[in-house]
Unconditional design. Structure first.
Lengths: 289, 295
């Protein structure tokens, strides 16, 4: 009698923790799902708007395009004043990434392997440039690059972005390089490798992940910046981000076109993230975990 | 493991020094030069000594009042961003799966807002929050709450802060996740054997292990929110009135809008020094407490 009465109670007791365990496992997923939803809804709204006609945008609220149209995209890809903006932006971003990495690699090696006169001060001075508000530099840069004849070229923007990308690249690469044991350098020296040959053929492959992450960050901060890119260009090197702001103020609100241009600026970033997805977590900790 | 002393290492850092000096020193000298002069146009300059600085740091003057208003607004904005983004970022990082296909997918989706050009972030929130064509604006107004970021300062602030949370919390998440991943499984197993609650695991294992990355996260978020320009400029243009005119926006107005070089330069220098000081103090105190914790 008592055993039969006990059995359901015992059963309930063992089931309860299992259920609360499942619940406990579901809560994080729910939180994460809600957060990602919060990230994606505004982006969805932009995509939604880019596929609508301006008539539909202005005539009322629709959750998805009733008459989907690629008209806005067609205009961007056929109008040189639009698509050249993307080419200009990608040009200075690529230039900046190459310059930043080329000079940051040897410097990061020096910081990770040697002590030298003034190294700590130099490192802090480099990083302090990352803390300078771009607004402070807008006017002097305008005058500097006008004076040296680089104004309105991709070089001006690429060099200006070096101000905050080189310190960041040095910082990230130094973190990754310090994770490579120094014995490797010593072994190579004993084996008779010259420094440049050792650096390129043996050392670089070891920090390839770090180089990828540093390139990712250079790409990212150069691609998203507007203030300096807009200040240093007028016509020939006008980046897409500036094209967007100027069209808004001049031609009234062409929401559909603006949204389509915005969607197209998200795509290069999304592609780059996909390539570095496996290094991204470590890279965001600047190699210091 | 001390590094060998070798001054030839300077040759390796020389290119960096040359490039950054070109981009940093010349502009800084230009700014310092302007900050002590007054210009009446036509490239005529007059010595003004510390005049601009005195005016700037005296809240009773026109320029000083404007500067301090913008400064408090920017500090409030940075404080709100940090207060929301850091706890939220830690929370979301704790929910991320540790292995499986979900990891890469979540990371890619989380990182997406970070790679959107800043003015496009502004545009996204503009079309999202407008009451006539935006999903958020229409929904909030549909609930009977008066919401128009172009008219009421409170709505403008809510929009700008929400936008920053949307844009940058992922950075905190990714940094914290990197810190969490570095914790060996043995720690969790030991905690399980001890029957530790998840709060105890968080306090004793996860939070200390995240301290270094959290330092980086807080530093980066402070710097970038304190220097914010593009996103609020696109969404609110600094308005309504001056409600969201942060320091950068005000500075660009003075420098490139009014071409008031002396005032703008003096403001640039004070602005830059504030960022540097706050970062240095924060960095010095956290690294000291960390090295004490190690000992």
């Amino acid at each position: 009698m008592s055993g039969a009465a006990l059995a359901p109670a015992a059963l309930a007791k063992t089931r309860a923790p299992a259920e609360s365990g499942a619940l406990r496992a579901a809560v994080p997923r729910l939180v994460l799902g809600l957060y990602i939803l919060f990230l994606l809804v505004p982006i969805y709204w932009l995509v939604n708007m880019s596929l609508k006609t301006n008539l539909e945008i202005n005539s009322g609220m629709t959750l998805w395009p009733q008459n989907p149209t690629l008209e806005h995209y067609r205009r961007i890809f056929t109008d040189a004043s639009w698509y050249s903006g993307y080419i200009n932006s990608l040009t200075y971003v690529a230039l900046n990434t190459v310059i930043s990495l080329a000079v940051a690699l040897p410097a990061a090696y020096a910081f990770s392997r040697y002590r030298f006169l003034g190294d700590k001060h130099l490192f802090f001075w480099l990083l302090s440039n990352r803390m300078a508000p771009p607004a402070v530099f807008a006017l002097p840069f305008f005058q500097l690059y006008s004076a040296v004849g680089l104004f309105d070229t991709p070089w001006a923007v690429a060099l200006a972005h070096c101000l905050f990308n080189i310190p960041l690249a040095v910082w990230i690469l130094e973190g990754f390089m310090s994770g490579v044991p120094r014995e490797i350098d010593e072994m190579a020296a004993i084996d008779g490798w010259s420094f440049p040959a050792f650096f390129i053929r043996h050392f670089l492959p070891l920090v390839a992940g770090g180089v990828g992450v540093a390139a990712f960050f250079c790409f990212m901060f150069s691609w998203v910046e507007l203030l300096l890119a807009r200040t240093l260009t007028t016509v020939n090197a006008k980046p897409i981000v500036a094209t967007m702001t100027r069209t808004v103020s001049a031609a009234g609100m062409d929401w559909g076109l603006l949204a389509a241009a915005g969607v197209l600026t998200i795509i290069p970033g999304a592609i780059v993230i996909w390539f570095v997805r496996n290094h991204i977590a470590r890279g965001f900790a600047l190699g210091r975990v | 493991m001390s590094k060998p002393l070798d001054n030839r290492a300077w040759f390796l850092v020389l290119p960096v020094v040359a490039l950054v000096a070109f981009s940093a020193l010349i502009p800084v000298m230009t700014v310092v030069n302007y900050s002590v002069q007054d210009s009446f146009g036509n490239n005529e300059f007059f010595w003004n000594g510390t005049g601009w600085f005195k005016e700037l740091l005296d809240p009773s003057t026109d320029l000083g009042g404007r500067f301090f208003d913008a400064l408090w607004r920017t500090l409030l904005f940075s404080a709100l961003c940090l207060l929301i983004e850091v706890p939220l970022g830690i929370g979301v990082a704790l929910t991320l799966p540790r292995k499986g296909w979900g990891v890469a997918a979540s990371l890619v989706l989380l990182a997406l807002p970070l790679l959107i050009p800043w003015n496009v972030v502004g545009t996204i929130w503009q079309v999202f929050a407008r009451r006539d064509i935006g999903l958020l604006g229409a929904a909030v107004n549909g609930l009977g709450i008066e919401y128009n970021y172009a008219q009421t300062p409170l709505a403008a602030w809510v929009t700008v802060v929400a936008m920053d949370v949307w844009h940058w919390t992922s950075l905190v998440v990714l940094l914290c996740y990197a810190g969490l991943r570095a914790i060996p499984d043995a720690y969790y197993q030991a905690a399980k054997v001890d029957g530790a609650s998840s709060w105890a695991v968080f306090r004793a294992i996860q939070l200390p292990k995240m301290q270094r990355v959290l330092t980086i996260a807080i530093l980066l978020r402070f710097m970038d929110s304190f220097m914010i320009y593009t996103e609020p400029f696109v969404v609110t243009g600094g308005g309504p009135g001056n409600a969201t005119t942060f320091l950068s926006i005000d500075l660009v107005k003075i420098a490139l809008g009014q071409f008031d070089l002396g005032k703008a330069a003096a403001m640039s220098i004070v602005y830059n020094l504030i960022v540097l000081t706050v970062c240095w103090v924060f960095f010095a105190t956290t690294t000291r407490s960390q090295s004490e914790a190690v000992q």
